[in-house]
Design a protein around this ligand. Structure first.
Ligand SMILES: [Ca+2]
Ligand SMILES: [Ca+2]
Length: 449
């Protein structure tokens, strides 16, 4: 089946890394630095592009809709439209949160809430939640994440290292605000959006296992993975990486939390997510991080209490260049966005969003496949109808079931003239289960466009 699938997905390449087979498929190309990608409802991926666009991608077909262009957005080296978050109950609560840089008495950063309007399929009504954060050519942080109805925002030191230890500055922090922009009354410092401080430039953030993890760019040494706790100091610029040598006094005096992992030489860490899906069993209970300079993906296996990394596996066989962000679909696929276009935007838009998956993975509840090579499905991907042959013979009269990615029966019946109509099915991946006259079950995947 894999051979057939690869023939169909001509652009796909299969690799084996650490005993995990995976395929990389380009979902969408010709993008300009998709800085944050989020897996949303209905197999959609919501993403920003650095030139001020907020878009929604169909994760199966690649069809992309542009929902908004922020005209106040100003690109300046690393600055532009960066972080993105959906309201936890989106689309019932139709709010989308984004971070971008603008010019107003200097280069600044703003956190905005947009409203999604079904009519017109568009975003509008921008509401500023937080602004006047100092922006810069470098070190803007800017990951957004909503946890328990609080919006967490990473900010960089914007090139002024002292800001990270200055509690009155919004820079060099993890900020925490309410979803209406007000300051939670249980923040560490009353009236202050700072949740933690001492950050240089964190561009990855994920919440899992009751813990908030970030990835941070070190200077010439010590990229870090941190577990962020309210009121803790993460050291920068006084402490880099673990507390050692002359840093120990500051660490003891300033409630410094050490990272749980560091890299020297640096790798330029970016998007961070948590993986626990059986599609890649050896990557379960792991943080997954993508990197820019290092053009790789790291699988960081966590211990049982999720507060320590027991193994870090580097996946360097993706060959897609600098990787900016990562998101994971409910069916276990890993999506990655690249960061290869010229930062100014004055050049070819050459970035992609790709899907990394195991084409042989069969979800729980689906019988183990037997003699898969005997079953052929074409065309695949398909929109209206697929022809199914078994041992190169017609399958007319055999029983079939089509399961969606969550294992639910989307359609079942008897094969008519060796074909199945899929016109009425939503776009997505389906598992075909075909039972022959002796009761043996054969499986294949069908991609409905
Ligand atoms: Ca640190
Ligand atoms: Ca150190």
């Amino acid at each position: 089946m894999k051979r057939i699938y690869l023939l169909l997905l001509l652009a796909a390449i299969t690799f084996s890394a650490q005993s995990q087979n995976f395929t990389v498929r380009t979902v969408k190309s010709n993008l300009f630095i998709p800085w944050e990608i989020i897996y949303g409802p209905g197999d959609s991926i919501w993403f920003t592009q650095k030139n001020g666009f907020i878009c929604r991608l169909d994760a199966v077909s690649g069809h992309t809709d542009t929902l908004y262009h922020e005209t106040n957005n100003v690109i300046q080296s690393e600055g532009g439209m960066l972080g993105l978050a959906l309201h936890p109950s989106f689309p019932d609560t139709p709010y989308v949160y984004a971070a971008y840089q603008y010019n107003q008495g200097g280069y600044k950063e703003r956190i905005v809430r947009y409203t999604y309007f079904y009519q017109g399929d568009t975003l509008g009504s921008p509401l500023t939640l937080l602004d006047n954060i100092t922006g810069a050519n470098f070190h803007n942080g800017c990951r957004l994440l909503i946890v328990n109805d609080k919006l967490f925002i990473t900010t960089g030191d914007a090139g002024n290292t002292a800001t990270a230890q200055t509690l009155s500055s919004l820079n060099g922090k993890v900020l925490r605000i309410n979803l209406d922009g007000s300051i939670p009354n249980d923040n560490p410092i009353p009236g202050n959006p700072a949740w933690s401080w001492g950050d240089r430039n964190s561009q990855g953030m994920v919440y899992a296992n009751g813990r908030l993890y970030t990835s941070m760019h070190g200077d010439s040494n010590d990229d870090e993975i941190n577990i962020i706790e309210g009121g803790r100091n993460y050291g920068w610029p006084n402490v880099e990486g673990y507390c050692d040598g002359s840093e120990l006094t500051f660490c003891n005096d300033s409630n410094v939390a050490e990272p749980i992992y560091t890299w020297t030489p640096t790798i330029a860490p970016a998007g961070l997510d948590y993986y626990d899906h059986p599609m890649f069993p050896q990557w379960q209970n792991a943080l997954i991080m993508c990197t820019l300079k290092d053009t790789s993906m790291y699988i960081m296996k966590l211990n049982g209490t999720h507060d320590s990394i027991i193994a870090a596996i580097r996946i360097d066989t993706l060959h897609i260049g600098r990787i900016r962000d990562i998101c994971i679909s409910p069916n276990g696929s890993i999506f990655l966005s690249t960061s290869m276009s010229p930062a100014s935007g004055n050049g070819n838009k050459i970035d992609r969003i790709v899907e990394l998956y195991d084409s042989s993975f069969v979800p729980a509840g689906v019988p183990v496949a037997v003699k898969n090579n005997a079953l052929r499905v074409y065309p695949n991907p398909a929109r209206q109808e697929v022809t199914v042959s078994l041992h190169n013979a017609t399958t007319t009269g055999l029983s079939y079931r089509l399961l969606n990615v969550t294992g639910q029966v989307a359609k079942q019946g008897k094969m008519e003239k060796g074909t199945i109509s899929i016109t009425e099915l939503p776009a997505g991946m389906y598992h075909l289960l075909l039972t022959d006259t002796k009761g043996a079950v054969f499986t294949a995947k069908i991609l409905k466009e």
